[in-house]
Design a protein around this ligand. Structure first.
Ligand code: XMP
Length: 307
């Protein structure tokens, strides 16, 4: 069903890029992975896939992306460790939109430096329909839209801009990407930074990274297939007991939602024993956390992410 789409897009990219070079910011999410494979099919090694470690990636993600795309798919992958730079840029910043903007800007800065060296002509982006629709509606600034090509003086190619997430997954599957990628839950561009409410620090990111991994693992083990399942560090300490001693620890919110396209979503009716297992594991495996809450709000009125 998607063969024709793939053929068309590959041809389009090949014709547009000509003898030039293209770069893509590859995150390992389904959108950028699909766009990267399409472009790789079209122009081979003239596609430079830049993978930036922002410090806000999920557990095991950098290793997974490098192994999959460099070792298995043979992409021309450039790995940039920019963790310190991102943490530095976000010091003292608590406002969600400011955080998103700073992350977006830092990303562009890092990317620009790499792009200058590569001297590329085109930028391939895995933008999908909800990204630009929601950005137009000014609900949240999405970090993979806007500003980037102008600053880099690159011509933009967005092969997936008319697709919704479920369609991108089908294309990814058709392209032979592993299930682990095309069945992957969406993950926001600003990553775990928007799953820490308020100021971001390496310590807080480490907590939410562990909690996210536990949530994803337990939801998968239970055989549930939500649109997204994740943890958020609320930055609120609450009182608990540990043995006979009063504890004062962090609170984690768990969010599991069902959705078709991310535009609207419902909180999932996750079996209570699964939620309890998640709470047990988070509070026993992450010593800083003393309480776990389940978010029962739909979108609207809430968004899927907390920031
Ligand atoms: P919200 O929180 O706006 O999220 O209901 C809708 C869907 O989009 C994902 N999301 C993002 N995706 N860049 C992205 O590519 C972003 O900046 C971004 N912010 C949120 C979110 O995880 C959900 O699936």
């Amino acid at each position: 069903m998607w063969e024709k789409f793939i053929e068309e897009k590959v041809n389009e990219i090949r014709e547009t890029v000509g003898d030039g070079k293209a770069i893509i910011a590859l995150s390992g999410g389904v959108d950028s992975s699909t766009a990267a494979i399409l472009a790789h099919k079209a122009i081979g090694d003239r596609l430079y896939a830049v993978f930036v470690n922002t410090g806000f990636l999920r557990k095991g993600e950098p290793e997974f992306v490098i192994k999959t795309f460099r070792d298995e798919f043979g992409l021309n992958l450039i790995y940039v460790d920019a963790q310190e730079r991102f943490f530095e840029a976000l010091k003292g910043v608590t406002d969600p939109e400011k955080k998103r903007k700073i992350i977006g800007k830092t990303f562009i800065d890092v990317f620009e430096e790499v792009a200058r060296e590569i001297n590329a002509d085109f930028l391939i982006q895995g933008t999908i329909a909800p990204d630009w629709i929601e950005s137009q509606g000014k609900i949240k600034s999405h970090h993979n839209v806007g500003g980037l090509p102008e600053r880099l003086n690159l011509k933009l190619i967005e092969p997936l801009r008319d697709l919704y997430k479920d369609e991108v997954r089908e294309v990814a599957r058709e392209l032979g990407l592993p299930e682990k990628i095309y069945k992957r839950m969406p993950f926001p561009g600003p990553g775990l930074a928007v799953r820490v409410i308020g100021e971001v620090t390496p310590e807080k990111i480490a907590i939410v990274r562990e909690a996210n991994a536990i949530v994803e693992e337990e939801i998968e083990k239970a055989g549930l297939k939500p649109w997204q399942a994740f943890a958020v560090l609320l930055g609120v300490k609450t009182v608990g007991v540990q043995g006979d001693i009063r504890a004062y620890k962090e609170t984690i919110a768990v969010r599991v939602v069902e959705s078709l396209d991310g535009m609207t979503a419902n909180a999932m009716d996750v079996p209570f024993e699964v939620l309890q297992r998640i709470a047990f594991r988070i509070t026993s495996e992450i010593p800083q956390v003393g309480r776990v809450l389940y978010d029962i709000t739909n979108k609207p009125p809430a968004t899927i992410e907390f920031e």
